[in-house]
Design a protein around this ligand. Structure first.
Ligand SMILES: *Cc1c(COP(=O)(O)O)cnc(C)c1O
Length: 394
């Protein structure tokens, strides 16, 4: 039996695991096995029939993965968790679970590029249409809801402009129509923001980012009501098959233990870098949830406990100036992905958001001069000195 660990910092280390069941092993053992041996043919029959608890085959469940699923469910304050091979395996399983042919999905105005690609595919194959909403007033959200709307799908902060969506507002409207709200909580993690507490129905993650935190695994997680998760486990997970490998779960359990410590430092470092960027003459617009002058600051104060580690900013000049600035960095790495110990920098217009048509890209604020920075865990002074020496020559 797992004890009920009350505080987040404790649960992140202990939830879902009892070493007494595992020969006293302090670390969660890695069950690197594809299948499980039945004592008898009759036991196999009972397991398949669901009349006896126990493992059958690792696509249907694995003890290492199970610990992670229980842990993330507790951290998000949800009933049940489910693990996937990637963030996109999680996104696609959730969207396919909640829609049928000819339905409609209402999304925040700004989505992870592959989520956008998936919605295009769903339109082509199943005539599932989608619309985008700023979600900044109830009237605006209501005006975009159709009789066939079956999901409201939200990212906050939105990548890369860090615009925030007021989840309380979205939930109020969604309840009027009885439409489930799904939140991609990748940028915030449950340490900074817990959408289920606000009344959202499903939370998902690219665990590749802050949850793993060490740039060595690609994975996805979903948390929601027991009935929804169990149904997904038996359909979009089991039959489409995008399961998490036991080794990846093992790496994530290791990474997750330090999530609160890492997020504190990511947020603190990002605040320091934001202050410095603000004073630099070569820096234009800055997008950061911790900016007290931003229009979204009141939303940040309401639903996020800290600003997180992501900052986007414009380098004054041209696209070439932005690229030149990146090329001059010494130890900051040019790479997509985020949430790692290493500070990572990327150019959304030509990298993560290159598929977005130029017009919508500019409308979203993704200019050719925009840079996205995932502030790492290095000494903030070193991060700043690297940015500064590169900015100074632009
Ligand atoms: C990276 C990311 C995804 C996709 O996750 P993968 O693990 O790369 O499949 C989805 N949503 C957001 C916000 C992301 O940053």
């Amino acid at each position: 039996m797992t004890k009920n660990h009350k505080r987040f910092e404790t649960a992140v280390i202990h939830e879902g695991y009892d070493e007494k069941e595992m020969l006293g092993s302090l670390a969660v053992p890695l069950f690197q096995t594809s299948t499980y041996v039945f004592d008898t043919a009759e036991q196999g029959e009972r397991r398949f029939h669901g009349t006896e608890e126990g493992y059958i085959y690792s696509r249907l469940g694995n003890p290492t993965v199970r610990v992670l699923e229980e842990r993330i469910a507790r951290l998000e304050n949800g009933e049940k968790g489910l693990a996937f091979a990637s963030g996109m395996a999680a996104v696609s399983a959730v969207l396919l679970s909640l829609t049928k042919a000819n339905d409609h999905v209402l999304c925040s105005a700004g989505l992870y590029g592959c989520t956008f690609g998936l919605l295009m595919m769903m339109k082509e194959k199943y005539n599932i249409t989608s619309d985008f909403s700023m979600m900044d007033s109830k009237e605006e959200i209501r005006s975009k809801i159709k009789p066939e709307t079956s999901v409201i799908y939200v990212e906050t902060p939105i990548n890369p402009t860090m615009k925030l969506i007021d989840l309380e507002l979205v939930v109020e409207v969604a309840k009027e129509y009885n439409i489930p709200v799904v939140v991609d909580n990748t940028f915030s993690t449950p340490y900074l923001q817990r959408p289920l507490d606000i009344g959202c129905d499903v939370v998902l993650h690219s665990a590749t980012k802050y949850i793993g935190g060490h740039g060595d695994v690609i994975a996805g997680l979903v948390v929601g009501k027991e009935e929804f998760i169990e149904n997904m486990a038996m359909t979009t997970l089991k039959d489409i098959g995008g399961i998490m490998s036991p080794f990846d779960a093992w790496l994530l359990l290791r990474g997750l233990k330090t999530l609160p410590v890492r997020m504190d430092r990511h947020s603190e470092n990002a605040s320091k870098i934001y202050e410095k960027l603000r004073e630099h003459p070569q820096v234009g617009k800055i997008y950061f949830p911790g900016d007290p002058n931003s229009a979204d600051y009141s939303i940040a104060e309401k639903q996020m406990s800290q600003n997180g580690g992501m900052i986007s900013f414009e380098v004054k000049g041209t696209k070439q100036d932005a690229q030149e600035f990146m090329n001059r960095l010494q130890f900051i790495k040019i790479a997509v992905s985020l949430g790692d110990a290493e500070t990572l920098i990327e150019h959304p217009a030509t990298m993560t958001h290159a598929v977005v048509p130029e017009e919508s890209r500019l409308e979203m604020g993704i200019s050719d001069q925009l840079i996205r920075l995932s502030v790492g865990l290095e000494a903030w002074e070193d991060i700043w000195e690297d940015l500064e020496q590169a900015l100074d020559v632009v």
